[in-house]
Design a protein around this ligand. Structure first.
Ligand SMILES: Nc1nc2c(c(=O)[nH]1)N[C@H]1C(S)=C(S)[C@@H](COP(=O)(O)O)O[C@H]1N2
Ligand SMILES: [Mo]
Length: 534
């Protein structure tokens, strides 16, 4: 005979599957449609004021968690009972699950502004729970490898019943022998169910968080900048097809981070703390940040992992609060040389204090190309520091800045073999023609971008087949912090050709030809491509 605890366990696992699947579907349909939350919301609405006051006084900010916990405990008890019943007659289990579902559907539909589709998480969850219950009960009432006596699979769920109250073997072997309950089959089945439920719940939560943060993000009204970006001079963009546009669209902007799932940070609860070697620690909310004077700046970000000629570089217009302003208010103490900034997910960057405070547009940025910062790029707030590789400066989802010293603290990538300090190295890239392209003989354009953030690009030279260096024409730039387009017309003769590029920055330094890999502090060398003409 299947013992009561086995039925209870099957019921609990079925309940977990129901909730996990409901959570997953709620992640797609919308936050608030998860039945547990809806039931909790109903309970809050229905609770008489003294009960509410008691809950708030007793549990404080945890009142929500306590309430949801209470709902879950009740659900667990119900699920246990369902499992115990189902081990005798599966239909009783179904009936229990259906009752469960009715309560959930009613709770969801009585929420203000609910839509008919909002019942989906409950309904699909209950169906999944019923399926899991049936599967588990059959697993423990049927010997492995044996057909279910008395019917083909799916037709008879209940074991043969005797007179009410008389314990009988749930299932007989074909020969009529009672079959012994198999604990291992139950436990492996239950474990499988819990894993599926857990995976569905995690995925659902991730989707829900995304939906909630997306709606918070959409609701943000960007203030006008107190210091607008320098107007873009005419001619920042040659408009050549295939050449990186001066402004990289947010959609196409490279993304590099250690986050397996993108952090979903609620701007309502986000704060930024500036502390450590300061006279007056600061803590700001998102609203505080938006009320401050905002600076707009065009800055090209680059990743240290970018190979010569690689794609991990992009240019955007950022809007944010100058980091130096907040640091001045906090009052940096003498001896401090590092800002250790921490992301919501624990990632850290170590940024030199003198770089951030030397007058350049180092920002706590809230917007990118006129749009509220995209979640992938650090919503609600990220750092942007012209001239430094992203891993030492561009903390996304930033929540904390500790003013400290390089000899006392280490950022995320330092013990992993990357340099503690890493200014961006001057680079140039050929976008056109593509590497390995086949061209028609005749006039064509060689074009690309070059960058030396916070110094600026003064010259770009190109040579074909190791011939003489020829100066490319340069597009305009608003300042030294962005990349610069360059182009050169070329009368391409038939044959295979090698094209090389090198840039010279505004301090007169020309890129070194020496090839170095990205680690530990950025790749060097001249971008070189070959093309076939004719
Ligand atoms: N929280 C967090 N911020 C981060 C990182 C990260 O892994 N986690 N990576 C950094 C690196 S290595 C780079 S190059 C830039 C990339 O910024 P983007 O993804 O907006 O292009 O973000 C920086 N900020
Ligand atoms: Mo990076």
């Amino acid at each position: 005979m299947v013992p009561g605890w086995a039925g209870a366990l099957a019921g609990l696992v079925a309940g977990c599957v129901a909730l996990g699947v409901a959570q997953l579907v709620a992640g797609i349909v919308g936050p608030g449609t998860f039945p547990v939350v809806a039931v909790g919301d109903v309970a809050v609405d229905l609770a008489p004021p003294p009960v509410k006051d008691f809950a708030i006084e007793t549990f404080g900010e945890n009142d929500k968690a306590v309430l949801i916990g209470g709902v879950l405990v009740v659900l667990a008890l119900v699920a246990t009972a369902i499992g115990i019943l189902a081990r005798r007659r599966l239909v009783l289990g179904y009936a229990g699950l259906a009752a469960f579902g009715v309560v959930g559907v009613l709770a969801v539909l009585t929420r203000p502004g609910s839509r008919p589709l909002d019942v989906l998480p409950t309904v699909v969850g209950v169906l999944a729970g019923a399926w899991a219950l049936r599967w588990l009960i059959r697993r423990i009432t049927t010997p492995s490898g044996q057909p279910v006596p008395g019917g083909t699979a799916g037709e008879r769920e209940e074991p043969p019943q005797g007179a009410a109250g008389v314990e009988r073997p749930a299932v007989m072997r074909a020969g009529g022998e009672p079959y012994a309950f198999d604990r291992r089959r139950l436990l492996t089945g239950a474990a499988g169910g819990v894993v599926i439920a857990g995976a569905a719940a995690v995925l659902g939560r991730e989707l829900t968080g995304r939906a909630m943060v997306d709606s918070a993000r959409v609701a943000v009204k960007l203030p006008a900048p107190a210091v607008p970006a320098r107007p873009l001079p005419p001619g920042v963009d040659f408009g050549i097809n295939g050449l990186s546009p001066f402004v990289t669209a947010n959609q196409g902007f490279y993304r590099v981070d250690t986050a397996l799932v993108v952090p979903q940070v609620d701007p309502e609860t986000w704060t930024l703390r500036i502390h450590g070697m300061v006279d007056r620690p600061i803590e700001l909310t998102y609203a505080d940040l938006l009320r401050r004077p905002l600076t707009e700046a065009d800055v090209t970000l680059a990743c240290v992992s970018n190979e010569v000629g690689g794609p991990y570089v992009g240019n955007a217009r950022w809007l944010g609060v100058r980091m130096a302003d907040l640091l001045r208010e906090a009052g940096i103490q003498s001896g401090a040389d590092m800002l250790l900034s921490t992301s919501h997910d624990g990632f850290t960057c170590g940024t030199p204090v003198d770089v951030v405070t030397d007058g350049r547009d180092a920002l706590f940025a809230i917007a990118m190309n006129g749009e509220v910062l995209p979640v992938d790029h650090g919503f609600p707030v990220r750092q942007v520091v012209p001239g430094l590789y992203g891993y030492v400066s561009a903390t996304k989802w930033v929540v904390d800045v500790k003013v400290t010293r390089f000899d006392r603290d280490e950022a995320y990538w330092t013990p992993r073999g990357w340099a503690a300090q890493a200014p961006i190295k001057t680079q140039s890239r050929i976008d056109l023609p593509g590497s390995g392209a086949s061209l028609e003989p005749g006039r064509t354009t060689i074009a690309g971008v070059a960058w030396a953030q916070h110094t600026g690009i003064d010259a770009v030279e190109v040579r074909v087949d190791r011939g003489a260096w020829q100066r490319a024409r340069l597009a305009q730039v608003p300042g030294p912090d962005t990349w610069r387009q360059w182009a050169l017309d070329w009368d391409a003769p038939a044959g295979r050709h090698t094209i090389e590029v090198r840039a010279t920055d505004a301090a007169g330094r020309t890129q070194t030809e020496r090839q170095a890999p990205p680690a530990p502090d950025g790749a060097t060398g001249w971008h070189t491509i070959t093309v076939k003409v004719g």
